[in-house]
Design a binder for this molecule. Structure first.
Ligand code: ADP
Length: 398
């Protein structure tokens, strides 16, 4: 095994990783992809090679209870498999880059301090992303680390898309719309010229539908608006987050129900969305299989909200050439793709049912005025590319 780069995506209960061989030109070879799930409860390690064959799948001891101990377990596996090879660098997914970080950044103590100030803006993700950076710094001192932000891709949006219409003195402290899932959108924009050349230079809406969900309006491959804003709470209905709600509801929670800031935060990040509406599950698979009215309403609202926001972003784009589905739900649920396309038929989307079931990539009929697509995302590859460019492992593409 030659030298390699590691990509980490650290969440509250999982640490996802990819191992890439030292890149030749700008092509990255995926050596292994895996995750440690159930951190803090029943940790399990699994990994596959680039061709999808299982390399490891076993439970871990209960001592794996946080990012640090998860990283220890990963480091042990990396040593046993790649012992002697050199770690060239570690690229991290970091959800919030705030107003300062408009692009991937080499991590220094000052950068880390600044990123910690953004924890309240992304309490579900940012602390875990940063804990992984800390853990690598402690264990692999001297290995360069790169932070890749979900917000960066949206930073060129027009002022009208980024503004938060509150008093200037409030917004001066960085209150603006940032947008998220940027690594996913950047990846999709990067492959459109090959996968869907007829729309790559046009007006495209990408629907990143996973546990977190958002839409991005792309014009000629650049983000001009998105449904997530200052935090990852806005826009579409998500697994446990509500998407857009009347801010008066939040005031009511404080003033009339007397809830604390922590309680409101927990409601907004962990108890709302599909889980809140259904009272059953935050997992779309479960909800699609359940007959209860709450499950039906949750799915109906998910589709309704997506279709409504597709209409809004079409107005922003001044028309639409293509709609792309990606992420967990977007890639795996033909039923949700069908329902969103059906609700968006008025725009000129004519779904090809067979192609939709066959997972595309094109899922609309030949004659469809607006084309629809299913394209798997690859945020890890995007992080690897940025890490390689920043660390001088490969040359930037012009
Ligand atoms: P994240 O990376 O934000 O955790 P993913 O993009 O992996 O999320 O998406 C996870 C979600 O995808 C799951 O919560 C589940 O609801 C949904 N999902 C995965 N497979 C299917 C499927 N076959 N049908 C419907 N939903 C699915």
């Amino acid at each position: 095994m030659s030298d390699y780069a590691v990509v980490l995506n650290a969440g509250s209960s999982s640490l996802k990783f990819c191992v890439y061989e030292r890149p030749k030109a700008d092509s990255w070879h995926l050596e292994a992809r895996g995750q440690i799930e159930g951190i803090g409860t029943s940790p399990r390690f699994s990994a596959r090679d680039g061709a999808g064959h299982s390399l490891a799948d076993h439970t871990l001891s209960g001592t794996v209870r946080d990012a640090r101990t998860a990283l220890d377990a990963l480091a042990e596996w990396l040593r046993s498999r790649y012992g002697g090879a050199h770690v060239l660098g570690v690229g991290h997914r970091v959800v919030h880059g705030g107003a300062t970080f408009a692009g991937p950044t080499i991590v220094t103590p000052d950068v880390l301090e600044e990123l910690r100030t953004l924890v309240p803006l992304a309490p579900l993700h940012q602390p875990h992303n940063l804990a992984a950076i800390d853990a690598v710094a402690e264990r692999l001192a001297g290995v360069p680390q790169v932070a890749c932000f979900d917000t960066s891709f949206h930073r060129g949006q027009p002022a009208v898309a980024a503004v938060v219409p509150l008093p200037r003195e409030v917004c001066g402290s960085g209150v603006q719309r940032y947008g998220f899932h940027g690594l996913s959108y950047e990846y999709i924009a990067s492959v459109l010229p090959q996968v869907a050349p007829e729309i790559a230079g046009g007006r495209v809406i990408v629907a990143h539908l996973g546990s977190g969900a958002s839409l991005c309006a792309l014009k000629n491959g650049r983000s001009i608006d998105s449904t997530l804003g200052f935090t990852a709470l806005d826009g579409l209905c998500m697994g446990t987050r509500p998407g857009a709600v009347d801010p008066g509801v939040i005031l009511y929670l404080f003033q009339s129900l007397g809830l604390s800031a922590k309680e409101v935060e927990t409601i907004l990040y962990k108890k709302s969305g599909l889980l809140g509406i259904s009272g059953i599950s935050n997992d779309m698979r479960d909800l699609l299989a359940r007959p209860e009215p709450g499950a039906r309403l949750a799915v109906d609202y998910f589709v309704y909200r997506a279709a409504k926001e597709i209409g809004a972003l079409t107005a922003v784009l001044g028309g639409l050439d293509g709609l792309v589905f990606t992420a967990g739900i977007g890639e795996n649920s033909a039923e949700i793709r069908r329902r969103i396309c059906q609700a968006s038929a008025w725009l000129g989307i004519d779904l090809d049912d067979a192609a939709n079931l066959a997972k595309g990539p094109r899922i609309s009929t030949e004659g469809s005025r607006v084309s629809a697509w299913m394209i798997p995302t690859n945020e890890e590859l995007m992080i690897a590319r940025h890490t390689g460019v920043l660390l001088g492992l490969i040359e930037a593409r012009t």
